[in-house]
Design a protein around this ligand. Structure first.
Ligand code: SF4
Length: 229
């Protein structure tokens, strides 16, 4: 495994066993409403920013979310209308080496890339700060790499509340996030190679890490059975 995303790394930090079931053993996780709604709204905002009429953008967003039965038009429209119209490039894909000469890479999509920074649209009910997760500092690092700059403003924009949470990142802060991501990616890569050679080591290399997050885990029953054995 050599291409990582913020969501992969954060799932590994949350629970190595769930990470392993999903990304190493390839077990599918059901698409939750939250995930599908996020996809739909991101697509609708992207199209709207390119001048697509609202109705078309909303339908395209819903299709992007595979017409998830719990995602409704009104919710997409409401969140779409809360997004400010800003100049910039939407949905910018990046895939960058995590260290000089390393084959470990970080990939992701920057929702909106502007002159001095970038925005990440959030459809969550719960708000949090720019430094509460590794995502924004990592994306700031990616932005600096793509733009060749040493500072960047990252904004988490919580669409439900029209609330932007912004932070001006220095290269030093962005580099710290990049180093942490690189350490995690190295650790995962080594463990995956180990488990490929010695499948019996799966549960020691990727231990279950129970917590309040277990109540949202689709593998809870399987995990309980495996770890009770
Ligand atoms: S139930 Fe909890 S401990 Fe088990 S895999 Fe899921 S998140 Fe990890």
């Amino acid at each position: 495994m050599n291409v990582f995303s913020y969501s992969r790394l954060s799932l590994y930090e949350l629970c190595p066993y769930r990470f392993c079931l999903k990304y190493v053993l390839g077990k599918p996780e059901p698409v939750t409403k939250a995930l599908a709604l996020g996809k739909a709204v991101h697509k609708a905002i992207e199209l709207r920013s390119q001048g697509t009429p609202e109705d078309e953008a909303v339908v395209a967003g819903w299709i992007e979310a595979d017409c998830h039965p719990e995602v409704h038009r009104d919710e997409i429209v409401g969140l779409l209308r809360n997004a400010p119209i800003l100049k910039g490039k939407a949905e910018v894909h990046f895939e960058l080496p995590l260290a000089h000469g390393s084959d470990l890479r970080l990939q992701g999509y920057i929702d909106l890339m502007g002159e001095n920074g970038f925005i990440d649209w959030k459809t969550n009910w719960r708000t949090y700060g720019p430094m509460d997760t590794m995502q924004l500092p990592l994306y700031a690092w990616a932005y600096m790499q793509l733009r060749g700059v040493r500072e960047a403003t990252g904004i988490l924009y919580f669409l439900r509340y029209k609330t932007p949470m912004s932070y001006r990142f220095t290269l030093h802060e962005a580099e710290a996030a990049r180093r942490r991501a690189c350490e995690l990616a190295n650790e995962i890569d080594t463990k995956v190679s180990c488990v490929e050679l010695f499948p019996d080591m799966l549960r020691t290399e990727f231990p279950a890490q129970p917590g309040s997050h277990c109540k949202h885990c689709p593998f809870a029953m399987e995990c309980y059975a495996a770890n009770a054995a």
